[in-house]
Design a binder for this molecule. Structure first.
Ligand code: TZP
Ligand code: MG
Length: 218
């Protein structure tokens, strides 16, 4: 199993995308552009009314997993624990409304990373007890990419958890742009998780470069 230091780096620029999130390019082209440009991990998140189903969904996940392997970038699966196991993903991410994190940890064992979304200190502590390796905190700002997103938190929860010496690395998600990176990192996050600022950018490679240039730690 890789160390916490490695996971912190992996979480620096966490690109999240499903086929429903793309802009100018098709999903796999968008992913490959982002991988080449330097994202540090990728989460396959196929979700919502316009997402793929059945064999197309599986084919996309498999191709995305393969692309990540080619670029030596960790591949995470949102929600779908059995697909994560089938594709031998590097990690799985679950929200508060998904499968209970403790049960997910039992299914995936110790070798696969587990991320959990948290919107409060209580949820963050529960994630820790349940065996999470990192937490996603958000939404940071309003977002168009998640229909049922909670109210924006800004950097308040990250700051609070950092002051409590919360031990797991944190990533901020929701409406994050390159300009937000310094505030988010100085609040105590290991990195940022981003959908549209990369996937819908006119130039996704330049968007990735802008994110990466915002922190010396990335
Ligand atoms: N969880 C909280 S906000 C969000 C998720 C999956 C969507 C983030 O997308 P964007 O486009 O970066 O705001
Ligand atoms: Mg989820």
């Amino acid at each position: 199993m890789t160390s916490d230091k490695d996971l912190k780096h992996v979480l620096s620029l966490y690109f999240v995308m499903g086929s429903q999130d793309v802009g100018l390019y098709d999903p796999l082209t968008t992913l490959e552009i982002a991988l080449k440009a330097g994202i540090t991990c990728y989460q396959w998140r196929e979700k919502g009314a316009e997402s793929l189903t059945g064999s197309e969904r599986f084919a996309f996940a498999k191709a995305a997993r393969h692309l990540c392997q080619t670029y030596h970038v960790p591949f995470f699966v949102d929600d779908d624990v059995s697909l994560a196991l089938e594709l031998n993903a590097d990690g799985v991410h679950v929200g508060q409304k998904d499968e209970i994190a403790r049960e997910v940890r039992q299914k995936i064992g110790p070798a696969m990373w587990l991320g959990v979304s948290a919107h409060s200190v209580e949820e963050a502590n529960r994630a820790l007890v349940d065996g999470a390796d990192y937490i996603g905190v958000g939404p940071y700002k309003p977002t168009q990419s998640k229909a049922d997103a909670e109210s924006p938190l800004g950097d308040t929860l990250i700051r609070t958890l950092a002051e409590m010496n919360y031990p797991l690395p944190m990533v901020a998600i929701g409406g994050v742009t390159p300009a937000d990176v310094p505030t988010i990192c100085s609040a105590g996050a290991a990195g940022v998780a981003v959908i549209s600022a990369i996937s819908k950018a006119a130039d996704p490679a330049m968007a990735v470069e802008r994110f990466l240039s915002q922190s010396n730690d990335f």
